[in-house]
Design a protein around this ligand. Structure first.
Ligand SMILES: [Zn+2]
Length: 72
């Protein structure tokens, strides 16, 4: 299992140190979502309006970096 702090998860857009964990990048993404919806609704809104290519690029990078994250 890997862990990441919210501010890394959100690409530095939050100053939050909430810890998000997951066995896979996908699981981490879905685990981070409820926290972001509650704590950072403005970021969730920005993601919704993000162009598809940009969102895909972000997710690819997130997936590629997943193995380098700290073990939880
Ligand atoms: Zn947060």
């Amino acid at each position: 299992m890997k862990k990441v702090s919210c501010n890394v998860f959100t690409d530095g857009k939050s100053e939050c140190d909430f810890e998000i964990t997951g066995e896979t990048a996908e699981e981490m993404g879905s685990n981070g979502k409820p926290h972001c919806m509650e704590a950072h609704p403005e970021l969730v809104e920005a993601w919704k309006n993000m162009p598809k290519e940009e969102a895909e690029k972000w997710y690819k990078e997130f997936e590629a970096n997943f193995a380098n994250l700290e073990d939880a």
